[in-house]
Write a protein that binds this ligand. Sequence first.
Ligand code: TRP
Length: 332
Amino acid sequence: MKETVVSGIRSTGNLHLGNYFGAISNFLKMQHEYNCYFFIADYHSLTTHPTPSDLHANVRQVVAEYLACGLDPEVSTLYVQSDLPEIAELYLLLGMNAYVGELERCTSFKEKIRKQPDNINAGLLTYPVLMAADILIHRAVKVPVGKDQEQHLEMARTFGNRFNRLYHCELFPEPYAFNYGTQLVKIPGLDGSGKMGKSEGEGNAIFLYDEPEVIRKKVMRAVTDSGPTQPNQEKPEAIRNIFTLLEVVSSPDTVAHFNDAYNNMAIRYGDLKKQLAEDMIAFTAPIREKIREMLSDEARLSKVIRHGAEKARESAGKTVREARHAIGIRHF
Ligand code: TRP
């Protein structure tokens, strides 16, 4: 039996090249090796009160983008969180054994209090309970998430173990973070430091859905310096970042050409950026085309999502039935 993997995908924001070489490349590999459940975490996004039309448009966009990147809904199970009432039910059951104190101590909750002091809703406090329900609902043991989610995973283990202990069962296994990790390229942003991300500021990330004109503009504005002052000198971070980006989208010849130019102090950043922009455009064009195709095919999108919900509900229904039974809920 293949091990079960669950991952929640934030429903806000479009995918960028950093996601493409990070989480998505992980997912594409995992889908063939594990029993994978990938879902769009639309309930979680309600903690920030999106408008109804934004919520739906975001979910559609994210589904289309993941499909365009190669997530195969026949191989893994792709669904929308709110299509599974079982998740809401398990969230309710787990919530009875989650203590306010431990939820208040959660780092992500404290951060939210700081970021949105005018909207500290109960959903923010119980975010880790919902996330635990997402994972435990399929009794997953592997969860492909980054370091920032480590504490949430620990809480999922706590809630699962607590349930098992309290109700004398072994319903929930312990889920752990999991990634192929080390061999992944970290994709830097265009602002000269750090990684590509949508929260790092306008223009830092290249989205898969960006039009060629937008990509050109962003790349031309990327941070550089005044150029090398000695032959073969070490590249400062901003320049290294541009070369890293070039390495993922351009041919080895192109990379070698600009490396030589840098080492000979003959480099012109304008030319480097023009080449980088065109190669990024060529790289993302087929994906952008597929996203557009997906978004224009309502029938196909809805078929994929319904099929995913159906498959996911099979596993979720079984877990909730067993959880209710363990608790002592009986039908009359
Ligand atoms: N909290 C995760 C994030 O911010 C999203 C998420 C929700 C998730 N439920 C999950 C991730 C379950 C993994 C498993 O990225």
